[in-house]
Design a protein around this ligand. Structure first.
Ligand code: NAD
Length: 486
């Protein structure tokens, strides 16, 4: 049985109070191992270690040396690819075929992409004429923000955690990471990699535990934290924002979504079906950018729905190691119950179940796991809770529309504003509609195609701030202006 300890000041440490909790497999509910739960003492030790590293070896490194170390971390993750893959699949139950293409390689890439961006980004300089007929020169200078708290979710554990740790370290900060209680493994393993690569102790720290009255709250409330970057549910984001208000600490919030997919009559229907299948069902629907509302123009509605049902019927549920499986379980029995409650609600709200809608019979070995059927509904009203609330499961509602104006209004009729996908072969239409959608990310004839140099983040209740490329510099550094009178 595995044991997941905190990683503080370059060493694995148990909880002083001896408090642990179970980590169970979503595939069959078997026990993976025990996770140490941090109290205020462990969180404080991690923050102190991070503060000391900031002043000590890490703070004194040149940018070039820091970037060299982070490149080494990326390479080392790739060298230990199979261990990261196994750890991620054990925690999440997701198919290896998916984690080996998305989670692990992108997780490693996050340590390279941002250090390169940072190394090549200039700061501003302005010349100012002064009343004495002379001038002054203004020079922008970026310094690290300090100790960053990283609070990450369970759906893409390594990828979403390194997406924050990569730029934070590249900018010269130190971090204390609180991974999701559901997925402690890859973050813990990253500690070993940091030591192997020679990253000084205290630069990367990990504390395990839950949110309220546990490691998450203790970390975000800690006075030694200079800024908090969080990915997770909108409601949690609100709580973290309140914690950050004390001491005016900066925040970056990447939260929930109820993302629309818009399929126009003039789309390439096979492209639209293939892309929408991915955006609805990949990672068992547990992707913040995923589509849960699909709007299809009336001329292709029947054809699109029929093709989606055909493809959904082909999804193969199975264990991560099953080479034919492309659909795993949800993250936990608790989340399965939440998603199943929406499946029940859909019926109460009058949905037509086009396919799925229940809990599959996976056989004796797997029935203890968090499995649900991939599901498509039609026929719900626009104010149904199933159409308005984030479910975060493998399901969508498909509804017909007639005009561009109508679909823009429908797509924007939500509290969220994370992502949208548009399917059309008419580029003018794509741009026209894309510009009017209230979302931080709009894909045209694609989905989840990410260039790490571009801005990433949500509008409305999907988040605050943008990360990615140079945009992350705004959060991970302080921009100072030095004014020199000449
Ligand atoms: P969650 O909000 O329940 O938990 C996220 C993290 O916050 C976990 O580590 C958790 O322990 C911690 N946490 C919970 N309460 C806390 C508190 N009071 N103080 C400090 N920390 C606390 O989210 P989740 O269920 O892990 O993830 C799913 C959600 O994440 C979905 O809503 C999804 O849309 C969102 N998400 C958003 C993005 C994005 O980029 N916008 C990406 C992935 C997931």
């Amino acid at each position: 049985m595995k044991e997941f300890k905190h990683f503080i000041n370059g060493e694995y440490q148990a909880s002083k109070a001896g408090k642990t909790f179970e980590n169970r497999s979503p595939v069959d509910n078997s026990l993976i191992g025990m996770v140490h739960e941090a109290g205020r003492d462990e969180v404080d030790a991690a923050v102190q270690a991070a503060r000391a590293a900031l002043k000590g070896p890490w703070g004194k490194l040149t940018q070039a040396k820091r970037i060299e170390l982070l490149n080494r971390v990326a390479d080392r993750i790739n060298e230990r690819f199979d261990e990261f893959l196994e750890a991620e699949c054990l925690d999440t139950g997701k198919p290896r075929s998916i984690a080996s293409h998305i989670d692990i390689p992108r997780g490693a890439a996050n340590f390279k992409a941002f250090s390169e961006t940072l190394a090549n980004h200039p700061t501003e300089s302005f010349n100012l004429d002064t009343p004495d007929g002379k001038s002054a020169m203004n020079v922008g200078h970026r310094t690290p923000k300090g100790v960053i708290a990283v609070i990450s979710p369970w759906n893409l554990p390594l990828l979403l955690m390194t997406w924050k740790v990569g730029p934070a370290l590249a900018c010269g900060n130190t971090v204390v990471v609180k991974p999701s209680e559901e997925t402690p493994a890859t973050t813990t393993l990253l500690g070993e990699v940091m030591n192997e690569c020679g990253v000084p102790p205290g630069v990367f720290n990990v504390v395990h535990g839950f949110g309220p009255d546990s490691a998450g709250a203790y970390l975000t409330e800690h006075k030694g934290i200079d800024a908090i970057t969080f990915t997770g549910e909108t409601r949690t984001g609100e709580i973290i924002m309140q914690a950050a208000a004390v001491g005016l600490r900066n925040i970056s919030l990447e939260c929930g979504g109820k993302n629309p997919g818009i399929v126009f009559d003039d789309c390439d229907i096979e492209k639209a079906v293939e892309g929408t299948m991915r955006s609805v069902f990949v990672n068992c629907g547990q992707v913040c950018l995923g589509t849960e509302r699909v709007y299809v123009q009336r001329g292709v509605f029947d054809k699109f729905l029929a093709r989606m049902k055909e493809e959904t019927a082909k999804l193969k549920l199975g264990r991560p190691e099953d080479p034919d499986a492309n659909f795993g379980p949800l993250i936990s029995l608790e989340h399965r119950d939440k998603v199943a409650s929406y499946y029940k609600l859909a019926i109460e709200e009058g949905a037509t179940i086009e396919i799925g809608g229940g809990i599959p019979d996976m056989g004796d070995e797997l029935n203890g796991g968090a499995w649900v059927e991939p599901t498509i509904w039609t026929g719900l009203s626009d104010d149904a809770r199933v159409v308005r609330e984030e479910i975060f499961g493998p399901c969508c509602h498909i509804r017909p529309f007639d005009t561009e104006e109508e679909v823009i209004e429908l797509a924007n009729d939500t509290d969220y504003g994370l992502a949208a996908a548009i399917w059309t072969e008419n580029t003018s239409r794509a741009v026209r509609v894309g510009q009017q959608l209230e979302a931080g990310l709009v894909w045209v004839n694609s989905w989840f195609l990410r260039d790490l140099r571009t801005a990433f983040g949500g509008a409305k209740q999907s988040g605050i701030g943008r990360e990615g490329g140079v945009h992350g510099l705004e959060f991970y550094t302080e921009l100072k202006n030095i004014c020199i009178k000449l």
